[in-house]
Write a protein that binds this ligand. Structure first.
Ligand code: SF4
Ligand code: SF4
Length: 307
């Protein structure tokens, strides 16, 4: 098994109570939200408990993706967790989703064979030059990372300029904007930047289809509640009473649609764990920069109202 071969072992998506962010994105409910001190203390304690669980759970290979509601890397405890977990021999990958606002030099203390970043550029919140300077520092440090943008029409020019300025080996992904329908021309324009945009542009029918979520991938809340993914609300166990172990089994999805990359990347019929092999959690395709667009790999997902 290779590094981050999450198909063979367990991928853990962790989201604690933290919901504050230093940015003010108009498309985000967590924009400029401030967490009270007691919530920050609870978030820190929960993360430290989770880090302890990862450290102690040595009987399987683990990959971890931190998916905070807000921004985690402005908080020392997320940086510390990334460094600590990166050095554990049974951890294949540790990744966090970040707006890249905070300095990244702390990553020099991490094992960069294991630590990686899922970064997102938010035009209007930071200049392109400043964001690119952070990316350049990541490249200089040797950090593995992806860069993404939300595919809103007003972001297209910035996304093109960003793609042109990023090193060719850095993958730029585009997320279809919530509630936005794309014309064929718009889809083509975004696909020119991200050849895998076709996976994001329409939700994936998932009802009764087999999904790795709940088998080799789980979602964990700050109190240890385990769900199969971030999108299905029913708990299947708890991390800290050991009940998660018996909960892991092959499962079919019970939702009509799956429309978020961190979910449908685990939907078995799509085969996206192969497309992103070795980079499932940080969203780096295995063959980047020579990836094959979805339209020639498999039938495209059916269109759905509401997007
Ligand atoms: S950076 Fe992310 S969490 Fe912060 S406001 Fe923007 S979208 Fe929301
Ligand atoms: S298909 Fe999506 S919503 Fe359904 S179980 Fe998998 S990750 Fe969750």
């Amino acid at each position: 098994m290779g590094p981050a071969d999450v198909g063979a072992e367990l991928a853990v998506l962790y989201r604690g109570p933290l919901a504050s962010c230093n940015y003010d994105c108009p498309y985000c409910p967590f924009a400029k939200r401030v967490d009270p001190p007691e919530l920050l203390r609870a978030d820190r304690a929960a993360l430290e408990r989770f880090t302890g669980w990862v450290t102690a759970t040595t009987d399987r290979r683990l990959s971890v993706l931190f998916t905070p509601w807000g921004e985690g890397l402005t908080r020392s405890w997320y940086r510390d967790a990334m460094v600590t977990l990166s050095h554990l021999p049974h951890v294949d990958r540790v990744v966090i989703q970040t707006n890249l606002a905070a300095r990244v030099d702390w990553l020099a203390d991490a094992d960069l064979a294991t630590a990686a970043l899922w970064t997102t550029y938010h035009p209007g919140q930071v200049t392109r030059d400043r964001f690119l300077a952070r990316c350049a520092r990541l490249s200089e440090l040797g950090v593995r990372y992806s860069v993404g943008v939300v595919g809103l029409p007003e972001h297209l020019a910035e996304a093109r300029a960003l793609r042109a300025a990023l090193p060719g080996e850095v993958y730029l992904w585009v997320n279809a904007a919530d509630g936005h329908r794309y014309t064929a021309d718009q889809e083509a324009a975004w696909t020119a930047l991200d050849p895998l945009f076709g996976w994001s542009v329409r939700p994936h029918p998932s009802l009764d289809r087999p999904c790795h979520a709940g088998e080799t991938a789980i979602s964990v809340a700050g109190d240890g509640t385990v769900r199969r993914c971030h999108f299905r609300p029913t708990p299947i166990g708890n991390l800290y009473d050991g009940s998660w172990r018996a909960a892991l089994k092959p499962r079919a999805c019970d939702a009509a649609l799956c429309d978020c990359h961190i979910g449908y990347v685990h939907l078995k019929p799509l085969g996206l764990r192969d497309v992103f092999a070795g980079g499932v959690l940080e969203r780096v395709p295995a063959a980047w920069p020579a990836v094959t667009p979805p339209s020639v790999r498999t039938a495209p997902p059916v269109p759905s109202p509401g997007r």
